[in-house]
Design a protein around this ligand. Structure first.
Ligand SMILES: *[C@@H]1O[C@H](CO)[C@@H](O)[C@H](O)[C@H]1NC(C)=O
Ligand SMILES: *[C@@H]1O[C@H](CO)[C@@H](O)[C@H](O)[C@H]1NC(C)=O
Length: 115
């Protein structure tokens, strides 16, 4: 199972969003953990997406501060903290061959007023 991990944001701040590791090789049945962090003042939300060859970008869930939210039907675990210089983690348990996709994280400012 191979993972290719890329980060994205909606702006030139993308060099201040870090996803680690960039690539990961795992055996079926194992667990994969990916970390995402950012160093952007006030940004407080990290979103996780996956992209398979055949499908569109799919939102898996997000961390808002320390509150997590997962999309219905998604089995990944999101943890950690989405604030500046903290780590947010995406854990994929019990890998299948079809877990081999590209995972993206994105950081943004989430306003309670304008979300
Ligand atoms: C975040 O995770 C990285 C490894 O991916 C680690 O080196 C670093 O110490 C962690 N930072 C915090 C604040 O936990
Ligand atoms: C991945 O494969 C497993 C085992 O074959 C299957 O149960 C699961 O529905 C598949 N998931 C996706 C997203 O195709």
């Amino acid at each position: 199972v191979m993972f290719s991990l890329i980060f994205l944001t909606g702006s030139s701040l993308s060099d201040r969003v870090h996803q680690d590791p960039a690539n990961m090789y795992k055996n079926q049945g194992e667990t994969a953990e990916i970390t995402c962090s950012h160093s952007i003042d006030n940004y407080d939300q990290i979103l996780w997406y996956k992209k398979t060859k055949s499908s569109q970008l799919q939102l898996l869930g997000y961390m808002f501060g320390t509150s997590k939210s997962r999309e219905p039907g998604v089995t990944v675990t999101i943890g950690g903290n989405a604030n500046k210089d903290k780590n947010c983690t995406l854990t994929i348990n019990d890998l299948f061959m079809n877990s081999s996709v590209v995972y993206f994280c994105a950081a943004r400012y989430h306003s309670a007023t304008y979300h």
